[in-house]
Design a protein around this ligand. Structure first.
Ligand code: ATP
Length: 606
């Protein structure tokens, strides 16, 4: 039990409170295979560029010395000007090249991360998805890796070169005069201390910021997705209110983070370039004492006052570091979430009998399936029935391992489904959902999800068997008709028949069918029943049944009551027993009679 339970429980949508400042580096080491050499080269080139940026400052210093010495001439000025110009142009080119490389490296890393996340997500338990609003999950997978761009494309080359150059020049300054060098660098630790404290303050809020961002994305996606219901109930004001509040909360946190960062951040900015205020008085004192000459002072005034400038390039990086680290922490969390176990084994199965043995399962800590055992015979039709919320859909979802059982086991042909490789299990079991999901794309593309590379003849045969061919060919573009997102252009019955055609194409020996609760019209329902009979032929069919007349001929009916097995048997025997099924049947036939009378009354009125 422990493993699956942990998988389900670790799958929630918790946002960590604080970021891990080393998370980005860990991701880069693990997923940056194609990016690392480019980054090293880029940092190298960027260091060259920053060194070249210092050349004009050195040139000014040399000219000042020449002026002091009285050796300055027009030729000297011209040649130094040329050196400065060449350095500026070369620096510009090197920096361009460095940034070009670092951007390619960033895109490679982001690409590798997205791919790794997409692969990983496909193997996560469904509980992970259920715990998130779709907008929040989209933000996590699409937006968060993007944040690494600032770090990799700008932060690393500019940061490494800035710190490298700063250190090299610091050593140079100390080599010339250690007292003046101390005066030049004394403010730097204070500036960095302030910056670290600013980062610490923002990092404390970044968990809230992230959660607010997920809430905002979720609220907006839900607002747009629920537009039809909102309009019907004329509730646009209130629903917009919820989305608007989420946006305001997000903006408020962002503003507060800015307020926390800016005072210290601005002071960092000021102190980094303020060392001239220390260099000048210390230099004057040393000159007075006769231990520093004018050229020495000029050196520190010109070079010492400017050499911290490259560190300003880190400002933007520092400002964003909490967000970048949080994004990396979240990505690490996703990639570290335990996936479903997969033995990868292919097992020769003697038959396709599905057996539940003392199965327990629940969501979060709440158990909803209690010790259920039954057998769905090979090639037989087994129906799961029970009052709403009794656990029918949950039980069905355990067969293709949308979730793993907590206790007990489910076997297919005598083998625990967790021992069968996921690829094989997916070939063995087709699942037709109650809410049929159709991707935006053509009908043919949607059908081919059942069998990649299926020929046109195969598509048509499956669609005919699913009683879908006629309505497909009646569409203007036939099988090439494009469906809107989620297949919005088709009726519920048509979507269900496409899903059945897809399952027929897949030709899996076990079909799990979560029967749709309502269909648009009796014609459509009759067509679906025919399609289902085709689908069930020679296959093990497990159907979650809502309309009991459709399963009167089932080989076995499994009746659930609040997650427990209440009774099993065939329709006639169960009705005769007078238990829960008999009551459900009585309610169902009474409801049918009422709707029949309603229809007759409507017809009579016409
Ligand atoms: N993703 C989920 N997270 C938490 N609880 C869930 C989830 N899905 C279902 N449940 C709960 O599990 C129990 C069984 O639900 P399930 O949907 O399996 O019942 P059902 O018999 O199929 O219901 P219906 O006939 O209304 O579709 C219910 O109490 C339900 O609230």
């Amino acid at each position: 039990m422990a493993v699956s339970e942990n998988v389900e429980r670790s799958a929630g949508s918790e946002v960590p409170e604080r970021p891990d400042f080393f998370a980005s580096l860990k991701l880069l080491m693990r997923y940056g295979e194609g990016a690392k050499p480019l980054l090293v080269l880029s940092a190298f080139l960027a260091t060259g560029a920053v060194v070249l940026e210092l050349v004009p400052i050195w040139v000014v210093w040399r000219l000042v010395i020449a002026l002091i010495d009285g050796t300055a001439s027009a030729g000297l000025f011209a040649s130094y000007a040329l050196i400065a110009l060449a350095a500026v142009i070369a620096g510009y080119l090197l920096m361009g090249l460095a940034l070009g490389l670092s951007h390619v490296a960033a895109f490679r890393l982001i690409h590798a991360l997205r791919l790794a996340m997409a692969r990983h997500l496909a193997r996560l338990p469904m509980g992970w998805f259920a715990g998130r609003r779709s907008g929040g999950a989209k933000k996590l997978i699409v937006d968060e890796p993007e944040r690494l761009e600032i770090l990799v494309a700008h932060g690393l080359p500019e940061g490494v070169s800035a710190i490298g150059t700063w250190l090299a020049v610091t050593i140079w300054l100390f080599a010339v005069d250690w007292r003046m060098a101390l005066a030049a660098i004394v403010l730097a630790p204070v500036a960095f201390g302030l910056m670290l404290s600013a980062m610490g303050r923002t990092s404390r809020m970044v968990g809230q910021y992230q959660a607010a961002g997920e809430r905002m994305n979720g609220a907006i996606v839900e607002y747009l997705a629920g537009m039809a219901v909102i309009k019907i109930f004329n509730r646009s004001g209130e629903s917009l209110g919820e989305a608007a509040t989420a946006v305001r909360d997000y903006a408020a946190i962002e503003t507060e983070m800015g307020r926390q960062f800016v005072p210290r951040g601005a002071l960092f900015y000021t102190l980094v370039v303020a060392n001239i205020c220390v260099i000048l008085p210390v230099g004057m004192l040393l000159m007075r004492s006769g231990t520093l000459n004018l050229t020495g002072l000029a050196f520190f005034v010109i070079l010492g006052a400017n050499y911290s400038q490259p560190l300003l390039k880190l400002f933007n990086l520092f400002h964003n570091m909490a967000h970048i680290s949080m994004a990396s922490t979240l990505i690490e969390d996703v990639l570290g979430t335990q996936t479903q176990t997969d033995t990868g084994k292919r097992i020769e199965l003697p038959n396709r009998e599905v057996k539940f043995e003392n199965v327990r399962f629940g969501y979060d800590a709440h158990e909803v399936i209690h010790d259920v055992s039954f057998t769905a015979g090979d090639g037989a039709v087994t129906a799961l029935v029970g009052p709403s919320g009794s656990g029918k859909s949950t039980l069905a979802s355990l067969i293709p391992r949308l979730h793993d059982v907590w206790e007990g086991r489910i076997t297919l042909g005598g083998t625990d489904i967790r021992d069968i490789g996921i690829d094989q299990l997916m070939e063995e079991v087709a699942f037709v959902f109650q809410d049929t999901f159709l991707f935006s794309g053509t009908i043919a593309e949607n059908l081919r999800l059942g069998k990649a590379g299926a020929t046109e003849a195969e598509l048509h045969a499956a669609a005919r068997a699913a009683r879908a061919h006629a309505f497909i060919t009646a569409l203007p573009d036939g099988y090439e008709t494009k469906l809107g997102e989620g297949g919005a252009a088709l009726s519920g019955g048509e979507r269900q028949r496409l899903a059945i055609a897809r399952a027929i194409l897949k030709n899996a020996p076990v079909i799990v069918l979560d029967e749709a609760t309502a269909f648009a019209d009796p014609d459509s329902e009759a067509a679906i029943q025919e399609a289902l009979s085709e689908l069930a032929r020679d296959r093990t069919l497990i159907v979650v049944a809502h309309r009991l007349h459709t399963i009167m001929g089932a080989d076995r009916i499994v009746v659930l009551d609040q997650g427990r097995l209440a009774e099993t048997g065939r329709h006639g025997d169960l009705v005769a027993q007078g238990g829960l099924y008999a009551r459900l049947w009585a309610d169902y036939t009474a409801a049918q009679a009422i709707s029949l009378r309603g229809n007759q009354a409507a017809e009579a009125a016409q």
